[in-house]
Design a protein around this ligand. Structure first.
Ligand code: PBG
Length: 320
């Protein structure tokens, strides 16, 4: 027997000594909610993911929980879009309505809500625009705070702003506190990169910018120290948890965040990472289950506390 050999004989032995095991409790499933009833809209670039109306989502959530996944993140896809992102904050907006109903039916399901304007503005940017066509950072903060308050009032467990405007965490925290929601935590998409891996999501949320791109407010993939700075400043403003996004091409950032900050670090295994695996599987170029499981394991190994992933709902199948 060699000393220092690897313990890799049997499946059972490998599993006993595995350093990283992904379980359903690690995962958060995203959902895209559309208005109306009995609507199920497949998303071509994300096989297996559908936009759902609330009635169908409620059925789906029962299934999800039966597989041990008890956390979701919600995105609204409204019919009406305009300059002011009105459908994001008016009473009975699609996400507020969904949160109310979901928490009523499934009080034990943890509901995170994404806060952003991109699916609600007619131009598809994450904030309001100035006359010049540039994003109006400061003018957007009030709207983001208003949207967050509407979700908190409906009973959302966690507010997750993904817009990347400067100062948004402070603005949201202040508004929530002023209305008595001191205990509603903020999960900040703190290190959010301007990534080509978001392509399929923009189909799903119908949120592609009509003009320009998001590089003026999202981070440059070339930068790691900037992620440190963004996370530090979001924590100072009052974020309780932070997110690194995307995940797979940013494992070093996840690791850095985990090592340097004493808060939960979430990772967003984004649409392009999901669709890449689906495409390989469809072309017969790889084994979907093995690819997905390896990807999720690497994200957890890098240090992610929890993972937002479109694979959450089929995870019970992957890990068989
Ligand atoms: C912005 C937002 C995006 C994602 C989540 N929130 C996309 C973007 O910035 O264009 C991407 C998620 C994914 O790709 O799965 N509201």
């Amino acid at each position: 027997m060699h000393r220092g050999r690897r313990l890799r004989g049997s499946e059972q032995m490998r599993s006993m000594v595995a350093e990283t095991i992904v379980s359903p409790a690690d995962l958060i499933q995203p959902y895209f909610i559309v208005e109306g009833n009995n609507r199920r809209e497949p998303i071509e670039s994300m096989p297996g993911v559908e936009r759902l109306s609330l009635d169908l989502l409620l059925d789906e959530l029962r299934d999800l929980q039966s597989h041990g996944v008890d956390k979701v993140i919600l995105f609204g896809v409204p019919l009406h879009k305009d300059k002011k992102a009105t459908s994001a904050w008016t009473k009975d907006n699609v996400v507020e309505t969904a949160v109310l109903k979901i928490k009523q039916m499934y009080p034990n399901l943890l509901v995170i809500v994404d806060v952003c304007l991109c699916a609600y503005t007619d131009h598809g940017h994450c904030g309001h625009l100035l006359e010049t066509g540039e994003v109006d950072n400061d003018g957007t903060l009030e709207t983001l705070a208003k949207v967050s308050l509407s979700y908190a009032r409906a009973g959302a467990d966690v507010i997750a702003p993904s817009d990347m405007m400067d100062g948004r965490i402070g603005a949201i925290r202040q508004t929530l506190d002023a209305h008595g929601f001191h205990h509603t935590p903020i999960l900040s998409y703190a290190a959010k990169y301007a990534s080509a891996f978001y392509g399929p999501f923009r189909d799903a949320a119908k949120s592609s910018p009509q003009k320009g791109n998001r590089r003026t407010y999202q981070m440059d993939p070339a930068n790691a120290k900037e992620a440190y700075r963004e996370i530090s400043s979001d924590l100072k403003e009052g974020a309780d948890m932070v997110m690194v996004k995307p995940a797979l091409a940013y494992l070093d950032i996840i690791k850095m965040a985990k090592d340097k900050f004493a808060v939960p670090v979430f990772a967003y295994n984004v649409s392009g990472e999901y669709s890449m695996v689906k495409a390989m599987a469809k072309l017969g170029w790889g084994d979907e289950k093995a690819l997905a499981l390896e990807m999720l394991t690497s994200i957890k190994r890098a240090g992610a506390s929890r993972i937002i992933t479109y694979f959450a709902r089929s995870f019970h199948d992957l890990s068989k």
